[in-house]
Design a protein around this ligand. Structure first.
Ligand code: BTN
Length: 322
């Protein structure tokens, strides 16, 4: 976003003259006007006050790499290589590219202000409007086989739920395998993609997290969705703080998962299960029954008569029967 520095100056909501803005940014008043127009075209509301200057009417929440790093503890700060982009096709795709190019031992983390080809699970697009939400991907490496991916996917759901709770969000639910729900609607989704085997027994994955923060309007989303602004409107949400919380929680969870496996996450996942005790139907196949939580490998269990049927992540999706 060309107007990023300008918006930073206007962010206090006070009136700023074109002259003072031009002087601070070392550009002409005409260039200031052009940036104001471009920002307005991107949906940011700016009032032009004749003879006085400009005032920002929309609250802007700019991403700031330094602020995100400041929100992390020292060990996590040095463990990651953080890139904050203005625009990208997909932060997951960016992590794949960066890993191919760089030989760094740090964990690559990419956050973007908007995605032009954000992707969701099952080949669906992920709506990624500019300046509204959190689009964050991390490149993670594990020793083990591809079989650990099912457990990892649930572990990441627990990590994001705990990050939100740490930020004061109440009643965060998990919809198997790893959708994050608040107030009965989806707030955040996680896409775990396999990048490949680095060497025998060393698996590289990309964990992409999308979280609706300020979004209050999204005509294209085809399911009930929420955002932090909708669910907790009284709070002033800051994407930098949320990003730091999510990174901290994911890194902590990944360490624990690497050391101890899925075991310690089972109860933490189960206590947030939105399917528990509900009548469920699988979207493919004949399966239906009552939600019964997960087993110690992260498979979902459905009670059908006296029998418990296992559903493996990636095989089918579940919904509450209407
Ligand atoms: C889902 O369908 O629930 C998963 C959505 C995952 C979206 C995130 S946004 C950051 C990362 N980049 C992508 O292209 N997708 C993930």
């Amino acid at each position: 976003m060309k107007s990023r520095a300008l918006l930073g100056l206007l962010a206090d909501g006070k009136i700023h003259s074109g002259e003072s803005l031009a002087a601070k940014l070392s550009i002409s008043r005409t260039a200031i006007w052009k940036q104001i127009r471009r920002a307005m075209d991107e949906g940011i509301r700016i009032e032009t006050i004749r003879g006085k200057g400009y005032r920002l009417l929309t609250e802007v929440d700019l991403l700031d790499q330094h602020q995100i790093l400041q929100g992390l503890g020292v060990p996590h700060r040095s463990a990651i290589e953080l890139t904050v982009l203005d625009e990208v096709d997909s932060t997951n795709a960016e992590i794949v590219r960066r890993r191919r190019e760089s030989g760094t031992t740090q964990i690559p983390v990419c956050i973007a202000d908007c995605q032009t080809a954000g992707r969701g699970r099952r080949g669906r697009p992920w709506q990624s409007p500019r300046g509204q939400n959190l689009y964050l991907s991390m490149g993670l490496t594990f020793r083990g086989s591809f079989a650990m991916l099912d457990g990892l996917s649930l572990v990441l759901g627990v990590a994001v739920a705990e990050a939100l709770e740490h930020q004061g969000v109440a009643e965060v639910g998990l919809k198997w395998p790893n959708d994050i729900f608040v107030g009965g609607s989806k707030l955040s989704g996680i896409l775990v993609e396999l990048q490949g085997e680095l060497e025998e027994g060393v698996v590289q994955v990309v964990a992409g997290i999308g979280m609706n923060v300020h979004m209050t309007d999204a005509a294209e989303v085809d399911q009930a969705w929420s955002s932090l602004a909708r669910a907790v409107p009284e709070r002033r949400w800051c994407r930098n703080d949320l990003a730091a919380s999510v990174i901290t929680s994911v890194l902590g969870a990944v360490d624990e998962f690497t050391e101890k496996g899925f075991g310690t996450f089972r109860e933490r996942w189960q206590s947030r299960d939105i399917f528990s005790g509900k009548e469920l139907a699988a979207t493919q196949g004949e399966l239906s029954g009552t939600g019964h939580g997960i087993d110690d490998a992260g498979n979902y269990l459905i009670a059908d008569g006296g029998e418990l049927v296992k559903v493996r992540a990636g095989e089918i999706s579940l919904r509450v029967q209407s």
